[in-house]
Design a protein around this ligand. Structure first.
Ligand code: SAH
Length: 331
């Protein structure tokens, strides 16, 4: 019995996140340094001001993991932007009961949902770090003049003829990935931002411009693993296609993507890290500096990781996205 790859990936990841501590296997920006969550909290507070400080404001996170990003963000805004903290109610989109429990311990008062559509209507600021890369993808393979779709059966990948049509130039054997779940989320978030004031910031890894390639990756026990190995034992991720994500965000203004390193540097990553490190013992100070470099340096997480912002139409440019119209897609 063959299964569509996105169905396989959805089940495998649901099982994985329900049964594993993902952070034993891989680390993410908020787990590397507290400054990441602090800066995104300040981004949220400044963006809220730019939007005219709608009150109350839903502060939403998709896929909060251990809850570290939100906890760091709330601590920072309680100090630096108390009006935003007072106006904000916390809403978390998380399907794993195990991770919900971890989030409850770190964050305290919040409301949990299984999906974005369940978050009550109204103004919102939304954050999502390394959420989109966990969503299920389909893969299509160029065979001659046509395409096949990759399915999973007991032996591994099998291909079946497909009426897929590529939107970009391809060559024999090229793989094109599609993440319908990510595009659905972009459309739903954008539609919400068209109805109510708000902004959404997604950080993830992937190319700026759609390009062919098999990016499906599995990590088990901290090591690269077979994506089709025991389902639920490995974390499955794929590159985010930022062009398609932005194009799906109909009704919102799209800013970026910008490289993560550039966004974080603009938001004050190194200043804040220096300020924190100054009051720490040498070893802790060195760890903080190393964490900041890891997130920002181009040959580490600074370039492959990108940030894209969706904002209510006409709301202006969110912090860190100033004059990004210099890339290859400039008009
Ligand atoms: N943002 C966190 C965690 C990233 S791991 C960090 O940066 O550390 C991905 C997170 O998304 C986990 O919390 C996982 O349980 C959640 N998740 C994955 N697929 C999901 C889905 N379809 N719906 C809701 N949450 C999901």
């Amino acid at each position: 019995m063959k299964q569509r790859l996105d169905h396989f990936m959805a089940h495998a990841n649901a099982a994985y996140y329900a049964t594993h501590d993902p952070f034993a296997d891989f680390t993410t920006a908020p787990e590397i340094t507290q400054v990441f969550g602090e800066l995104l909290g300040l981004w949220a507070a400044v963006t809220w001001r730019v939007l005219g400080a709608p009150t109350p404001i839903a502060f939403v996170e998709m896929g909060p993991g251990r809850g570290t990003l939100m906890a760091d963000a709330l601590r920072a805004v309680a100090r630096a932007a108390p009006e935003f903290r007072a106006a904000a109610t916390v809403h978390l989109i998380e399907t794993s009961p195990r991770l919900r429990e971890a989030q409850r311990e770190r964050i305290g008062e919040a409301t949990w949902y299984d999906a974005f559509d369940l978050v009550p209507e109204g103004p919102m600021i939304l954050l999502g770090n390394e959420f989109l890369d966990a969503l299920p993808i389909r893969q299509f393979v160029r065979r001659g003049a046509g395409w096949t779709e990759r399915f999973v059966d007991r032996e591994g990948f099998v291909e079946a003829t497909s009426d897929f049509v590529a939107a970009i130039d391809t060559a024999e054997g090229d793989v094109i990935e599609r993440c319908e779940a990510a595009e659905t989320i972009a459309a739903a978030v954008a539609a919400r931002l068209a109805r109510h004031k708000g902004a959404a910031l997604f950080l993830d890894y992937g190319p700026e411009i759609s390009s062919p390639g098999d990016s499906l990756q599995a990590i088990a026990d901290g090591q690269p693993a077979d994506p089709l190995g025991a389902p639920g034992d490995a974390d499955l991720t794929a590159h985010v296609d930022f062009s398609r994500f932005g194009a799906a965000a109909v009704g919102a203004d799209v800013h970026g993507p910008v490289p993560q390193g550039l966004l974080l540097a603009r938001l004050g990553l190194f200043q804040r890290t220096n300020q924190l490190a100054r009051h720490q013992p040498v070893r802790r100070a060195a760890t903080l500096m190393e964490g900041a470099r890891r997130l920002a340096e181009p040959d580490r997480m600074g370039r492959l990781f990108k940030a894209i912002a969706l904002v209510s139409p006409g709301a202006g440019i969110p912090p860190g996205f100033e004059s990004t119209e210099t890339g290859p897609q400039s008009s």
